[in-house]
Design a protein around this ligand. Structure first.
Ligand code: PLP
Length: 388
């Protein structure tokens, strides 16, 4: 059965060009970039090139790029590294809709005596910037707010937020894992101090990420050992992964505009087709400020997991806004923070597209969805009950 992959916010296919670029560094060119010999030295040259490719996509200086193992590591390093650099400050501000890579770290800080403010969002997933402004004070060590939400695709006004925060002399970190490659960035003109990204969300493999550290930002080293990554992140480099993320960034920079126009048109067609043919369905997230590839749709009275299982029978991969924890289906923390009613939050499905999706795949899914929803509603004990 052909797989129709609409789960690109979870992970993406490695682009053929990326695989070809990294292959020699897995097989033949296995030297250590720190070695004195030419065999290792040529690998070092390639890492420099990858750093430039990433910097080019982010619109910053290559010296501001640190390679990591994933988005989670970049987020953790940004938060812990900043707090270690300003140990006398004890307050961190974040949001209730962050990925666990930020939220769990912040909640752990709270257990360790930090004051942690989690800003709420409205029904469309938008932040109240006045609330943020009111919370900034001299004890604030860091503000960490994502650029785009992985579940709903809602895009926050990151530049405005960063300006507001850094005007007060407070460092600002953004988890940009979902937005990099989808929206043009020029970090050299931006007040953002720290930005995380992850290779496997933009057609590079798993196991490589980046932390952008604006020149002059105070950040403690996060892995001590050798001198790699300017002493900030020791450990022999994941050369193939680094070459891969460099190539993926080059591809994203070259094709961004065309690709996103095409992907957005497919997403819009999929969304409109489903909303039209499936009664009691609605979009979660800010329809005016959303990633071009993401739609999160609630289907009242049925469980997302059941929809996913039926989609799976047709080879369609998506994801749901609820997670099966200890036998009960808990709606996601993001949808809960948005106040999405229980019956809608349970039946939410995220479709996240990429450059590899086709119109045929969208048409096929639009055709199958009403059948799936109708069958599940016929079995649902909730049909006819009011939203709670
Ligand atoms: N931040 C966001 C917004 C994400 O969507 C993800 C992954 O889903 C991460 C961080 C973690 O990235 P990684 O899987 O590279 O650790």
């Amino acid at each position: 059965m052909k797989v129709i992959y609409f789960d690109n916010n979870a992970t993406t296919k490695v682009a053929d060009e990326v695989f070809e670029a990294m292959r020699p560094y897995l097989c033949d060119l296995y030297g250590n970039p720190s070695s004195m010999h030419t065999f290792g030295g040529q690998v070092g040259v390639k890492i420099r090139e990858a750093r430039e490719q990433v910097a080019n996509l982010l619109g910053c200086h290559p010296g501001e790029i640190v390679f990591t193992s994933c988005g989670t590591e970049s987020d953790s390093a940004a938060i812990h590294g900043t707090l270690a650099a300003v140990p006398h400050k004890r307050k961190v501000i974040t949001t209730r809709v962050e990925h666990p890579a930020v939220l769990t770290v912040c909640r752990d800080l709270e257990n360790r005596g930090y004051e942690v403010i989690e800003l709420g969002v409205d029904k469309q997933g938008r932040l109240d910037l006045d609330e943020l402004e009111a919370d900034l004070d001299d004890d604030t060590a860091l503000v960490s707010i994502m650029s785009a939400n992985n579940e709903t695709g809602t895009v926050f006004p990151t530049e405005r937020i960063a300006q507001m925060v850094t005007d007060r002399g407070i460092p600002f970190h953004t988890d940009a894992v979902q937005i990099v490659g989808k929206v043009p960035l020029k970090l050299s003109d931006s007040p953002i101090n720290l930005l995380s990204l992850s290779g496997h969300k933009l057609h590079a493999p798993k196991g490589v990420g980046v932390l952008y550290i604006k020149k002059g930002t105070r950040l403690a080293p996060f892995l001590l050992g050798g001198h790699q990554e300017s002493g900030r992140r020791a450990g022999t480099e994941n050369v193939a992964g680094i070459v891969a993320i460099g190539k993926a960034c080059e591809l994203a920079a070259d094709g961004m505009e065309d690709e996103n126009t095409r992907v957005k048109a497919l997403r819009d067609k999929l969304e409109a087709g489903i909303l039209k043919s499936c009664p009691d369905s609605s979009i979660n997230g800010d329809p005016d400020h959303r990633l071009p590839n993401t739609t999160n749709i609630s289907f009242e009275y049925i469980e997302g997991e059941a929809i996913l299982l039926m989609l799976d029978q047709f080879g369609i991969c998506a994801s749901s806004g609820s997670a099966c924890t200890s036998g009960s289906l808990e709606p996601s923390h993001v949808l809960r923070a948005m106040g999405v009613p229980f019956t809608a939050a349970h039946g939410s499905i995220r479709y996240s597209l990429s450059r590899y999706n086709t119109e045929e795949e969208v048409d096929f899914t639009i055709e199958k969805m009403p059948q799936i929803i109708e069958r599940l509603r016929a079995l649902s004990p909730f049909v006819g009950q009011a939203s709670a």
